[in-house]
Design a binder for this molecule. Structure first.
Ligand code: N01
Length: 542
């Protein structure tokens, strides 16, 4: 079904009148939320800005876009039938396959009829007298519901830096997070890509293969480990399918909800040869498993430095020009920004049609009609790719005018950084939930189990309220304060907050520096369960 067909089809979604729940976003979170709500007999509508389902996988269609969590784990587990019938083709799925999967889920569970596509939410206002949320969209639609669930994604608000002259560039300019659906052919073109985060690292090898010349504008080099992607081994697929429930349970006990085996040893307690062996084994295995090489990589600066040195040595071995290798070598903390997973990234810099432009000390001065100017040098270009990331975790929520009790806006409440109880709800905003909001493990984990855990918690909470005849739920300010303090306390025992990452908002000028996600998926799940067991401790129900 084409997106136009889908959009046309969904205009029949009932959007007038009152609902039990309005859900914003039809990515993995919003779709599963709808499924759970229906199962419990609640009426719900989903409002989605895009022309189709899939959220991040709907928008991020840049060349090489691929998940860095392995396919057999990056999938829903709520339906045993679904996880048995779907056949992933590669170890790490590429964006088109994930989008096919999420469309399959939407069809299989008949979800589209309650989704209104091409509908961007402008505001959500809590009507205190009625105890309901009024949600308004940019095209003037008004929906009211007793509860509002924000399933707006952690990395969905794109960051376009304020480059002088950007709008004067004569050629096309693309953002990786909003790639044209018809694709882009760079054949014969001089292309400039700004940024060297995960999105750039995936797209650079492919664009370099096509373009006449690729200029990579790098402000900060990144730690990158190989994905070692390959067709999915049928034996691995079968092993998962046979033991899915057990493996899913095991994954939930891992710090980031991913199954790779963590090594509990300290990097400093083993000798240099053993350290090297472990790093090398993980390097050869590929993917995020490198983070599990030793238990203290993200806790101890010396342990961290050992992993950093190992990767720098790999870069020197791969990149032939020593000056380019040095420029590509990060000297920041390892793993405290999202670790990048590549397929041939460093090798790409050995190509004669690729130039690395260092903009670490001399920033990009301006973009002219002809290209990108750094100091006195103009890099003439036919097309520009902005791989400049996202206003993470708070960006999508702050774009919506969300008003709670007394007309207070969420944006105002979050002026000093996001404040939420469990990353699920905020004091002063009754009956509003966020899926994988700030203060929950979210982006530090495999997003799928984190999403399912939040959706299940919210669904069961709403069912509980209905059973008890309660109409309103809101966290207390005390519970919220204590949780925010706890999130900071845990982060403070790690190296994470010291890195200039999007986890702390460092990529967005003026954004308050707060470490936003919660470190520790198993402890977090236990806490959420305990809150329920203690009668929704920390919440006021009325
Ligand atoms: O964005 P980023 P991303 N001048 O913020 C640079 C997920 N993801 O889209 O580091 C020059 O990481 C910026 O430089 P610096 C994943 O969680 C997952 O790549 O700020 N450069 C940086 O190099 C990931 O972490 C997957 O100095 C400027 C780059 O732009 C997250 O999304 C794939 C600049 C932005 O990197 C975001 O990744 C892709 C300026 N003014 C994404 N402003 C997988 O699953 C910014 N930059 C594999």
């Amino acid at each position: 079904m084409s997106e136009q067909d889908l959009a046309a089809e969904t205009t029949v979604a009932r959007t007038h009148g009152d609902f039990d729940v309005v859900v914003v976003g039809a990515g993995f979170a919003g779709l599963y939320m709808l499924h759970r709500l229906r199962g419990l007999g609640f009426t719900a509508v989903v409002l989605e800005a895009g022309g189709g389902v899939g959220g991040t996988w709907y928008w991020n269609r840049y060349p090489g876009a691929r998940c860095d969590v392995e396919s057999m784990e990056y999938s829903y587990q709520f339906s045993q039938a679904l996880q048995q019938e779907w056949e992933w083709s590669e170890r790490y799925s590429a964006q088109p396959e994930i989008l096919r999967y999420v469309n399959h889920v939407a069809d299989r569970f008949d979800l589209r009829r309650d989704v209104r596509f091409n509908t961007r939410v402008r505001s959500a206002t809590f009507d205190e007298a009625a105890g309901r949320w009024n949600v308004e969209t940019e095209d003037g639609l008004q929906v009211t519901a007793a509860f509002c669930v924000m399933a707006t994604g952690c990395l969905s608000s794109i960051n376009t830096p304020d480059f002088k002259g950007l709008d004067t560039f004569k050629g096309p300019c693309y953002h990786t997070g909003g790639w044209p659906h018809e694709g882009v052919d760079f054949t014969g073109q001089r292309v400039g890509i700004i940024g060297t985060g995960s999105s750039a690292i995936q797209s650079i090898p492919i664009i370099a293969n096509q373009a006449a010349h690729l200029h990579v504008f790098q402000r900060t080099p990144n730690y990158v480990v190989p994905a070692r992607n390959a067709p999915l081994d049928p034996a691995v697929r079968e092993e998962f399918k046979t033991h899915y429930p057990m493996l899913r349970q095991q994954a939930k006990q891992r710090r980031n909800g991913i199954l790779y085996p963590p090594n509990e040893d300290s990097a400093l307690e083993v000798d240099a040869a053993e350290r090297e062996r472990e790093f090398q084994a993980r390097w050869e295995r590929g993917g995020l498993a490198f983070l599990g090489s030793f238990s203290d990589l993200l806790l101890d600066e010396d342990a961290n430095g050992a992993a950093a040195a190992f990767i720098r040595e790999k870069i020197r071995q791969i990149v032939r020009d020593p000056a380019v290798a040095e420029l590509l070598s990060p000297h920041s903390l390892f793993g405290c920004k999202r670790l990048c997973i590549d397929s041939g990234y460093f090798e790409t810099f050995n190509r004669s049609n690729v130039t690395l432009v260092d903009v670490s000390t001399d920033a990009i001065d301006e973009i002219t009609g002809e290209g990108v100017r750094v100091k006195d040098e103009l890099h003439a270009l036919d097309a520009i790719v902005l791989a400049t990331g996202f206003d993470a975790m708070t960006g999508a929520l702050n774009k919506i005018d969300i008003r709670g009790v007394g007309g207070q806006t969420l944006k105002e409440k979050w002026r000093g950084g996001p404040r939420m109880y469990l990353g699920l709800a905020a004091a002063g905003f009754p009956n509003l939930f966020t899926i994988t909001g700030p203060g929950s493990p979210s982006v530090l984990t495999n997003m799928l189990p984190s999403i399912e855990q939040h959706v299940d918690w919210i669904a069961e909470c709403l069912a509980h309220l209905r059973t008890r005849g309660k109409a309103r739920i809101e966290p207390t300010a005390e519970a919220e304060d204590a949780w925010v303090e706890h999130v900071n306390w845990v982060a403070g025992h790690t190296l994470f907050p010291r890195a200039n990452s999007w986890y702390v908002g460092a990529n967005i000028p003026g954004k308050p520096r707060v470490f936003m996600p919660y470190i520790g998926f198993p402890a977090y799940q236990r806490k959420c369960e305990e809150v329920v067991r203690n009668g929704y401790e920390g919440f006021e129900l009325s």
